[in-house]
Ligand binder design. Structure first.
Ligand code: 0T9
Length: 387
């Protein structure tokens, strides 16, 4: 373990052993300090919109086919932020802070160059297992993304395998797209420098088109990491255009090009997307209280001292504060049980199944067609309501 500080080698080895003999909720395992991230998982949904004008561009597409490609382009553009940004900012993947039930995170990306203002709302809707629900909306463009995330983890030949549970529904002026999530493999554990590779397949289906996105690591389509191949086809019976199949290939954290279809025929190097062509824009955090301040359950306020301790290497403060938060949580759950009430979610209502997942999933023959979902109650805090 080269990247592991000498003093933490023993605890890293025992952490790896506990992962290997454990399956389920990894977030609850205690990890050595060097691998801790100061960021809570409630902040991760912001990765969906760090290139806000690519999100806005979906609304400007001229027909169903152009829109399917715009949705795919935006989706691919988010992957670098979702899956490699901790390596870029902290040197490796790190263990995020495990959100508490009811934790909230609010923010926005400003309206620049007529792209419209985009707002973000996140709520931790379950603690065991961790489930995070979110909404991202660009009202002036008629765009809304509502989704939730959970993970099932297992361990296989030295790597953590993460199956993502949950999905997102993107609504473009009344047309819905179902977005499913890729599988992850976390490699580099032994060396103490974990990184993510995406595997298997994810789908985007709606608006008369189906995109099937295959992910491969080193040594499959080419010798490079982070490869993908996306195939876009019109759905049968949707009156799609004459175009049959379009294929886009490349690296999801870098460049990709059309390799089949009308855009590929003109020139073999016709670009589809270059992630570096857009600057990433981090979300501006706002408080959800009526006066614009942060409440006690808002991520940055709740974890302030823990995050500061981790950033400054003061792990004693970090762990003391973390224990305080966890003890408060245990007490709240006890009080609720004693008073026979349940914690109430603020922005979402859990539903047993998602009719849209079932409808759109069926069109694309995606299984399993059964997934719960968190319905957004459309109650944005005042500080995020457009002015
Ligand atoms: C949704 C994303 C997700 C969340 C994270 C697996 C993981 C928790 C879930 C899937 C986002 O849209 C995308 C990116 C990164 C994912 C995290 C990476 C990670 O390692 C953690 C898990 C729970 C761990 O912390 C494992 C232990 C750790 C020591 C390995 C670095």
């Amino acid at each position: 373990g080269e990247a592991v500080p000498v003093a933490q080698r023993g605890s890293w080895t025992s952490f790896l052993k506990s992962i290997a003999s454990f399956s389920g909720d990894l977030s609850s395992l205690t990890a050595p300090p060097f691998i801790l991230s100061p960021t809570s998982l409630t902040e991760f949904p912001a990765y969906w919109c760090e290139r806000p004008e690519l999100f806005a561009a979906i609304a400007d597409a001229k027909d169903n086919e152009a829109r399917a490609l715009a949705v795919l382009r935006w989706f691919i553009s988010t992957l670098k932020d979702q899956y490699t940004s901790r390596n870029d900012s902290m040197g490796s993947e790190k263990k995020p802070l495990n959100p508490v039930l009811g934790e909230l995170f609010y923010g926005y990306w400003p309206d620049i160059n007529n792209r419209g203002r985009t707002t973000l709302l996140v709520e931790q809707v379950s603690h065991h297992p961790p489930i995070t629900a979110y909404v991202i909306e660009n009202k002036s463009k008629g765009l809304k993304l509502v989704g939730h995330n959970a993970q099932k983890t297992s361990f296989s030949s030295g790597s953590i395998i993460v199956r993502q549970i949950g999905h997102a529904i993107l609504t473009v002026s009344g047309t819905e797209y179902l977005i499913t999530l890729p599988r992850l493999r976390i490699d580099g554990l032994w060396y103490g420098s974990p990184y993510i590779e995406l595997t298997d397949t994810s789908y985007i289906v709606g608006g008369g088109f189906l995109s099937t996105i295959e992910y491969k690591g080193k040594g499959y389509f080419s010798g490079k990491s982070h490869q993908f191949k996306a195939t876009v086809v019109p759905l049968p019976g949707m009156g799609g255009s004459a175009t049959k199949e379009q294929v886009v290939e490349g690296l999801w954290h870098d460049k990709s090009k059309y390799t089949k279809g009308p855009h590929a025929s003109s020139s073999a190097t016709e670009s589809f997307h270059d992630v570096a062509s857009r600057q990433k824009e981090v979300v501006t955090v706002v408080g959800g209280e009526p006066d614009g301040s942060q409440g006690d359950f808002e991520t940055r306020k709740l974890w302030n001292l823990v995050a500061k301790g981790i950033r400054e290497g003061d792990y004693e403060v970090a762990s003391k504060e973390k224990s305080r938060i966890e003890n408060d949580q245990r007490q709240m759950r006890k009080d609720e049980a004693a008073e026979e009430r349940k914690w109430e979610l603020k922005h979402f209502k859990r539903q047993e199944s998602d009719p849209l997942y079932e409808k759109l999933g069926k069109m694309a023959k995606i299984s399993p067609p059964e997934e719960d979902y968190y319905e957004f109650l459309a109650n944005w805090p005042q500080s995020l309501v457009s002015n």
